[in-house]
Design a protein around this ligand. Sequence first.
Ligand code: CNA
Length: 248
Amino acid sequence: MNPPDTIVRLRALLRDSRRITCLTGAGMSTESGIPDFRSTRGLYASGVSEEVFAIRAFERDPGMFYTFARTFLRDTLNAQPNAGHRALAALARLPGKDVRVCTQNIDTLHQAAGSPEVYPLHGTLQTAHCRVCGERTESAALWPEIAAGRVPRHAGCGGVMKPDIVFFGEPLPPDAWEASARAAAAADLFLVAGTSLAVYPAAGLPALRAPACRLVILNRTATPLDGEADLVLHASIAETLEQAIGGG
Ligand code: CNA
C-alpha cells in the first residue's frame, strides 16, 4: 500500500513531465502471472538456475532450457497485460506526453497493452529462429514438441530452434539499446518499474539521464538507485500506476 501523499507526488511528477522514459523489468508482469527472477516467489527461489538462461549452457544442452520452458513459455504465451501495462499505455495517449518504454521483459505485454514506443532490450519469447539456417517461426508453433519434452528442431534442416531472447552472454539488440540510450538521455522523468537493477547493461540506463531529469523508483523491494531517486514507492506496480494514471 502506498501512503496517499506518494500517489499525489507521483501524479504531480507525471503531470509536470513531457518526456517520460521507463525502464521496466520482470516485476511489471508478476501481476499477469509470470514469475520474476529475484522475488521470494521468483524463478531463482523456486530452484531454476541462472545457467538455464546462459548461452553457453543452451549451446551445450538446449534440453535444459526447454524443460524449464514447458511451464514458463506456456505461462508467458497465455499472459495478458495487467493494470500497470495498461496505465503506461494510457499515459502515452495523454496529450503532450512522449513516453518510451525500455523493457527487459520478453513477454511483449507492453506492446499488447498498446504502448506505442517499446524497446525490447532482451528480445521476445514470441518468436524463435533456427540456429543453423536462421529461419524464424512463431514460438507457439513449437509448443507441441516442447510440451512433449523434446527440443524443437527446424523441420527442414534439423537445426535446434532458439527463442529470440537475449541469453546471458549474448549482446543486446543494437537498435533497442540505442533507442533506449537516446530515450534515457532525452527524458525529463525516468521511471524504473519492477526491476532489481541487477542485470547490465540495462541497469545502467538510468545513469544516462540528464542531471535535471527526475528519477522515480517503483519496485516492491529496495534497489541500488533508491538513494538517488526523487520518489521511491515500494508497492505493487499495477495498483500504483492504476491509482496514479488510471487507464485500466
Ligand atoms: P528481477 O531481478 O526478478 O527483479 C524483479 C523486481 O521486481 C524485484 O526487485 C521485485 O521486488 C519487483 N517486483 C516483483 N513483482 C512486483 C510487483 N508486482 N510490483 C512491484 N515490484 C515488483 O527481474 P529483472 O527484470 O530486474 O531482471 C532482468 C531479467 C529478468 C531480464 O533478463 C528479463 O528478461 C528476465 N525475466 C523476464 C520476465 C518477463 O518477461 N516477464 C520474467 C522473468 C524474468
